[in-house]
Design a protein around this ligand. Structure first.
Ligand SMILES: Nc1ncnc2c1ncn2[C@@H]1O[C@H](COP(=O)(O)OP(=O)(O)OP(=O)(O)O)[C@@H](O)[C@H]1O
Length: 276
């Protein structure tokens, strides 16, 4: 008797074998297995696997259009993969608290409510009691050394102040994983230094796992414990570069020989991938 094989069942069986073959690293917080995504029939990711370490800052860096934002958005649940599995400590996204800082802070804040209410918004949605909401916003305001009036509306704030509010809002619910898409791209140098400091402080205070997409090599290296270097599409991991310079890192850290070495190495891998 001829046996017919259901192609999709076969594919999913093969996929689950490949998933099972790659156990998570012991320090893994987020495990990505067999991730695939195509746009208009052209594959961007195909059977992509990655572990993101717990409590670390990972920067995603790579050539233009290689899929940095797409990868982050799939992990954060903003974009559905065609196939694959993403787990957070073995849990699905719906059982995980995440924070997201969008690239364009001007569009990210609700313009009809004050900065204070923007920060409180996710806490109220989580049905936190009023006095606890007040305490949490006050705690964040202290951490970020807020000197401007949080009762102002977003349009009354500078770009750096708006981005600070976006980051406070993303941290409000004490996320397990925080995603930041180009957090420095629209900031001036002074504000970039301030936000770099505050992100390091927030990470040290909370142990949150952070994923940052960056176009800028210096920004990508500066905050990272690991730099995830991607290839051109179809996108693979070119290299995961560790960067162990002690924290807190300051503007002076960019002259540290280890910073200079890691930046040069990252650039070398990037150039190699551009020419591949
Ligand atoms: N919704 C979409 N529809 C069609 N193509 C898309 C879509 N989103 C992304 N792409 C394509 O997928 C590729 C990766 O896009 P993505 O924005 O993730 O790359 P990136 O590395 O973040 O880019 P950049 O460096 O320009 O910010 C690009 O070629 C892009 O044109």
């Amino acid at each position: 008797m001829k046996t017919t094989i259901d192609e999709s069942a076969l594919l999913s069986a093969v996929e689950s074998v490949s998933v099972a073959l790659r156990p998570a690293r012991p320090d893994a917080h987020v495990t990505i297995r067999g991730l695939s995504k195509a746009f208009a029939g052209k594959p961007l990711y195909s059977d992509f696997n990655l572990d993101l370490p717990r409590g670390k800052i990972v920067s995603i860096f790579g050539p233009n259009g290689c899929g940095k934002s797409t990868l982050m958005n799939m992990i954060a649940g903003l974009l559905k993969p065609d196939a694959g599995e993403i787990l957070f400590d073995g849990k699905s996204l719906k059982d995980t608290r995440i924070g997201y800082v969008f690239q364009n802070y001007r569009d990210a804040l609700f313009p009809w409510i004050t900065a204070w209410d923007n920060i409180a918004y996710p806490l109220r949605r989580a049905r936190m009691k009023d006095d606890e909401v007040k305490a949490r916003v006050a705690e964040l305001a202290a951490l970020f050394e807020i000197r401007f009036d949080l009762q102002r509306y977003p349009y009354e704030l500078s770009g750096g102040q708006m981005q600070t509010v976006c980051i406070m809002r993303a941290l409000a619910t004490r996320p397990e994983v925080m995603f930041l898409d180009e957090p420095f791209s629209a900031l001036d140098f002074e504000m970039t230094l301030f936000i770099r400091d505050k992100l390091q402080e927030a990470q040290a205070a909370t142990g949150v796992t952070m994923v940052i997409v960056s176009h800028d090599l210096e920004d990508a290296v500066f905050l990272a414990d690991r730099i995830l270097l991607l290839t051109r599409r179809p996108t693979r991991i070119a290299e995961i570069v560790p960067f162990e310079l002690p924290r807190p890192r300051s503007a002076e850290s960019t002259a540290d020989p280890e910073f200079v070495r890691v930046k040069a190495h990252t650039l070398e891998v990037f150039r190699r991938e551009m020419n591949a």
